[in-house]
Design a protein around this ligand. Structure first.
Ligand code: SF4
Length: 377
């Protein structure tokens, strides 16, 4: 089963920490919608043998589109691709776009999963991050959304400078009080060239503290697993039956097609990405060209990706698969490299699967990169 990702490259304002691709000018919104539809048609043969199980609207802020515009894109996918009977169709949405009327309209569309960018229920955090919504909107939109949607995920950010453990706990408790079945949660990271990086450099905001983020992750993990959520990926917690099918297929190495500026695609052998520039993207698509760069993944690239994504998930990394798919050299290497992490109780092996322990989960990216191979064909 494959997935289609559609990138909506517009946001009302720039969040201080964000380095995704978006424009705050909506002037080209209509041309962009036409271009996205055209790219879907131009690339349909890439998926002529694929069944599409998930459609994901990401961004940017897909909820800046009205329901007719979203429906139009879904109809274009359905008209040119083999979409399964009940696909998972996710819309990333920001609280300030989710009026009661919009939620009702969306619930009558083919969208059947909302991923709401709450980030925090506290006004001071939202202001510091320059989110477009306030704390009242954060709560109000969830209260309304749960009346119409069963499959809802919310995003929460932890490790925010000045956020106490108690305030973080209250954020999680608030999410739980709405009975949300899925929570994606990320540590605040400081990306170069963002407003946040510049504020920290000028001393206007204290630096992000790894120890605080680690403590917040522990609180998150313990609270949510106690409440019956599975940490099926380091940043994703879902009740059984509510895992994101779209994201799970990325982590399992399935094919996906990314439509729109900056969107990435993977066909099992090659990774490709569209240009991260709206005017250049529009011009190319208008001329019937795909503004795309791609690279073939070497065996080492695929091994590294498998280790990185696999270790972040609860399914882990199959040591047998490493031997069969990548060869003895890789198997010997990883078996040797993991010993120190197994001894420190950061990794464990269960039924041939290498998985991060509760203690190892927060450190998993660093551990995975230490297991990477370099320059082996
Ligand atoms: S709404 Fe999302 S994509 Fe847009 S600036 Fe904020 S974090 Fe970035």
């Amino acid at each position: 089963m494959s997935g289609i990702y559609i990138h909506i490259p517009f946001c009302k304002q720039a969040c201080h920490y964000c380095d995704f691709h978006f424009s705050t000018s909506m002037a080209k919104k209509d041309s962009m919608l036409e271009a996205l539809k055209k790219e879907l048609v131009l690339r349909k043969d890439e998926f002529k043998d694929e069944q599409v199980g998930t459609i994901y609207f990401g961004g940017g802020t897909p909820s800046v589109l009205d329901t007719n515009e979203i429906n139009d894109l879904i109809i274009t996918v359905q008209s040119h691709y083999k979409v399964i009977e009940n696909p998972e169709i996710t819309l990333e949405a920001n609280p300030d776009d989710l009026s009661n009327g919009k939620i009702v309209q969306l619930s009558q569309s083919a969208v059947n999963r909302l991923s709401i960018g709450i980030q925090s229920f506290f006004e001071e955090d939202l202001k510091m991050m320059n989110r477009a919504h306030n704390a009242i909107e954060a709560e109000a939109c969830i209260a309304e959304a749960v009346k119409f949607f069963d499959n809802i995920s919310i995003d929460l950010i932890y490790g925010i400078p000045g956020m106490s453990n108690e305030r973080w706990r209250q954020n999680i408790e608030k999410a739980l009080s709405f009975g949300i079945p899925h929570i994606s949660s990320y540590a605040l990271t400081v990306e170069p060239k963002t407003a946040l990086a510049s504020f920290i450099k000028k001393g206007l905001i204290p630096p992000v503290d790894d120890a605080l983020a680690q403590r917040h992750f522990q609180i998150l993990y313990e609270t949510l697993t106690d409440q019956g959520y599975d940490c099926y990926e380091v940043s994703n917690f879902g009740k059984p039956g509510y895992y994101s099918k779209n994201n799970t297929s990325y982590w399992l190495g399935k094919k996906y097609m990314g439509i729109g500026p900056s969107a990435h695609s993977y066909d099992g052998e090659r990774r490709s990405w569209n240009i991260s520039n709206n005017p250049t993207y529009l011009k190319a698509i208008e001329q019937g060209k795909l503004p795309m760069t791609s690279e073939e993944l070497s065996r080492t690239d695929k091994y590294n990706e498998y280790v990185m994504t696999g270790l972040r998930t609860s399914w882990g990394v199959s040591l047998d698969r490493i031997r069969l798919e990548f060869g003895e050299k890789y198997h010997v290497y990883i078996t040797e490299q993991i010993k120190k992490y197994v001894d420190r109780d950061l990794l464990t092996i269960a039924k041939g699967q290498l998985v991060a322990t509760k203690k190892g989960k927060f450190l998993v990216d660093g551990i995975a990169s230490d297991l990477f191979m370099v320059n082996l064909g």
